[in-house]
Design a protein around this ligand. Structure first.
Ligand SMILES: [Zn+2]
Length: 409
């Protein structure tokens, strides 16, 4: 495999690749997290650039819908584990074992890597990776800092970034940047719908609760999807809107953005180029965020994302929140879910405020949901928040907001 840097022309003219760099690249222990659309591209690019000590982790199995872009997989692989199949494909192609599939291991296992490259599609997974590698850093020992290169795509948009855990902005430092579900104003969807998406939103947000009350739309239930489809189509006819079908309904309800193979290719390529530079030191690497915007014309933008000193994962400050003391616990949980992007947070002070599990404890705490915060703890108390999406807990100081009538008696 003498394909590595066969020509100098693509590089800085001063850059003379030598055997040292090739050796350096070949022996770098790389962990690839995700073997999906981005992961397949990342693995391919890594081996074609001479990386030979790669571990790959992915919990998913291969589905038919993956095959249009996840090119390491074939029809016969449907149902098999992505990591195992991808590794086998690459190894057979290269003719030696370059890629080793692994299962999730304990934290210490991850210390052996020199570099992590993520090709993930969820915010939760990124948060977990970033949190774990910050946890591994020992300030006294610089070798414990393992750089993360993180790629992500959404339709014609993508980004790659470099996180130097505890040194540069972590995933949480920028959590305000992550897009949440696209929503449409109620007045638009009720009065002046123009898009098929507006009609689907109308059916799910307005019509569904009228018919089914509190019960939520189950996006894995075909009957539910069909109900939305039928009602959205009926509604759309009044406005002369067409183009609503089952997959669009599913896309809107699940907020699915189509995966585009070529966007994955662009982002994965940029991630692996940064990996070469990081490992070899041959050229300066990305500092530290690159946006690729292909859905409104085309532009790209790189910038340095600053570390947030108040970040509750990598910063010094503890998180704090100011909130009226009469806020019910139930509402408070919704507020912190939104603020910290949590799934099912549990809260405790010196006693359990609300625990999501085990079921007996949840049942015992449940009456608290109806209580106002001041009945549960005092202003200025610290509440420990834990959640499955966090690698550590958040120590949240809760101050009761001053109400005007109290400050001006
Ligand atoms: Zn941070």
């Amino acid at each position: 495999m003498e394909v590595f840097y066969t020509t100098k022309s693509a590089f800085d003219p001063d850059f003379a690749p030598d055997k040292n760099i090739k050796d350096q690249v070949a022996k770098t222990r790389v962990l690839v997290i995700g073997a999906g659309g981005l992961g397949c591209e990342i693995l391919k690019n890594l081996v074609m650039n001479g990386f030979r000590a790669i571990d790959v982790i992915d919990m998913d199995t291969i589905e038919l819908s993956n095959l249009n872009r996840q090119f390491l997989f074939r029809d016969v692989d449907i149902g098999k584990a992505k990591a195992i199949t991808a590794a086998a494909f690459v190894n057979s192609r290269v003719g030696e074992v370059c890629v080793t599939p692994i299962q999730d291991k304990d934290k210490q296992f991850y210390r052996q890597f020199n570099l992590v490259i993520c090709g993930l599609d969820s915010i939760e997974a990124r948060r977990w990776v970033s949190g774990m590698f910050i946890d591994l850093v020992d300030d006294q020992d610089p070798t414990t800092m393992i750089p993360i290169i993180d790629g992500g795509t959404e339709g014609f948009r993508g980004q790659s970034r470099i996180i130097l855990p505890s040194l540069s902005a972590c995933h949480e430092c920028s959590s305000g940047m992550h897009s949440s579900k696209k929503t449409y104003p109620i007045c638009t969807i009720s009065n002046t719908p123009r898009l098929p998406e507006h009609c689907i939103e109308y059916a799910s947000v307005i019509l569904w609760p009228k018919e089914f009350g509190e019960q939520k739309v189950d996006t894995d239930n075909i009957a539910d999807i069909n109900w939305i489809l039928e009602n959205a189509v009926n509604y759309s006819k009044k406005f002369g809107i067409s183009g609503i079908d089952f997959s669009l309904v599913l896309g809107v309800l699940k907020n699915i953005v189509p995966a585009i193979a070529s966007t994955n290719a662009i982002i994965a390529a940029s991630c692996v180029n940064e990996a070469i530079k990081l490992v070899s030191g041959c050229n300066p690497f990305l500092d530290n965020y690159m946006l690729y915007v292909g859905d409104t014309g085309l532009y790209s933008h790189t910038f340095t994302l600053e570390k947030n000193p108040d970040c509750f994962v990598c910063g010094n400050a503890k998180a704090s929140i100011e909130i009226p003391k009469s806020t019910k616990l139930e509402e408070f949980i919704e507020i912190i879910k939104d603020r910290f992007q949590l799934k099912k947070p549990s809260l405790r002070t010196d006693k359990n405020i609300y625990m999501q599990a085990p079921p007996t404890l949840e049942l015992k705490c449940r009456p608290n949901l109806e209580k106002a915060l001041f009945e549960l703890f005092e202003s200025g108390n610290s509440v420990t928040v834990t959640d499955s999406t966090l690698t550590t807990s958040i120590l949240l100081t809760v101050d009761f907001a001053q109400v005007r009538s109290q400050t001006n008696p």
